[in-house]
Design a protein around this ligand. Structure first.
Ligand code: NAD
Length: 275
């Protein structure tokens, strides 16, 4: 009697290697995006540093290149349809494709809902949701061409899963990214495209440094109490999440083979959120 042996053949279509893969990171001139770009470049990718200000994007790209890695700066307001389409077109012209999109550009606005201005609400939606949609659409067109495939990672947040006071538009937008990711995962599968969300806890970047005094003022408590009793209270070790920890998670998801990991959210928060 013959026993049927099942042999696992990994899909070759999207391998672990990032050599010369073109990786577009939005919001890459600062904080988490910058670290993500560095990690991809250190692993052989061409890191495209997209940010609002070309001089800041260029400074980041120059620094990465000075360490012997590949990087290209680009000015891109992710909420501007023409700039996004032009920027992605420029990348394709120079490097032939976009293999990985890391949608990271983001801002914060702190206010209680009863005092929140519609303009501030709209700005948050525009940067986070229009930005994710426009960059996704432009990159998918390249990824779908010839079934080249690719990977899209959205930088969500623990606030893609949980709520906090004073952050209604941020929490709403970050939850929205999870929905977008799931649709991209479904539509993209037949084109060899995967999509996932990385959800960091608090990371000490300019975005968070700005929030600490704002929250202290709104809640009438000291900055130390904001850090200890609000930001890090629920973590298992009282530690901030680091940019490197977030970048490693993004790299893992982007380089994972096959469709087992698509439409997922990976929470990287020192145990603040366990779902
Ligand atoms: P950061 O302020 O250090 O960097 C954000 C970058 O995005 C800046 O370089 C900024 O110029 C850029 N940017 C803003 N609006 C843009 C636009 N319209 N087009 C292009 N670029 C734009 O902030 P960060 O902490 O590194 O945040 C990066 C992402 O990580 C954001 O989406 C944020 O919501 C998310 N996040 C941050 C934390 C945290 O604790 N820092 C936690 C969870 C999620």
């Amino acid at each position: 009697m013959h026993t049927k042996v099942l042999v696992y053949k990994p899909k070759e279509s999207y391998g672990r290697g990032m050599d010369n893969k073109v990786v577009l990171v939005t919001g890459a001139a600062s904080g988490i995006g910058r670290k993500i770009a560095e990690v991809f470049a250190q692993n052989g990718a061409i890191a495209v540093i997209a940010d609002l200000d070309l001089s800041k994007a260029s400074a980041t790209a120059d620094e990465i290149r000075s360490q012997g890695y590949k990087a290209m700066p680009i000015a891109m307001n992710v909420a501007d349809e023409a700039q996004v389409d032009r920027g992605v077109g420029q990348i394709i012209q120079e490097h032939g494709a976009v293999d990985v999109l890391v949608s990271c550009a983001g801002i914060q606005h702190i206010a209680p809902i009863d005092q929140l201005q519609l303009a501030d609400w709209k700005k948050m939606m525009t940067v986070h949701l229009d930005g994710a949609f426009l960059t996704t659409r432009a990159c998918l067109r390249s990824m779908y061409a010839g079934r080249r495939g690719g990977s899209i990672i959205y930088i969500g947040s623990v606030h893609s899963k949980e709520a906090s006071v004073l952050k209604a538009p941020y929490v709403t937008a970050k939850h929205g990214l999870v929905g977008l990711c799931k649709v991209v995962a479904k539509e993209g599968a037949s084109h060899n495209v995967r999509a996932n969300v990385v959800c960091p806890g608090f990371v000490r970047t300019p975005l968070v440094d700005q929030q600490i005094p704002e929250q202290a003022k709104s809640l009438g408590i000291s900055e130390e109490r904001v850090i200890k009793e609000i930001m890090l209270k629920e973590t298992v070790d009282g530690e901030f999440t680091s940019t490197a920890e977030v970048a490693d998670a993004v790299f893992f998801l982007a380089s994972f083979k096959g469709n087992a990991l698509t439409g997922q959210s990976l929470i990287v928060s020192h145990g603040w959120c366990m779902q």
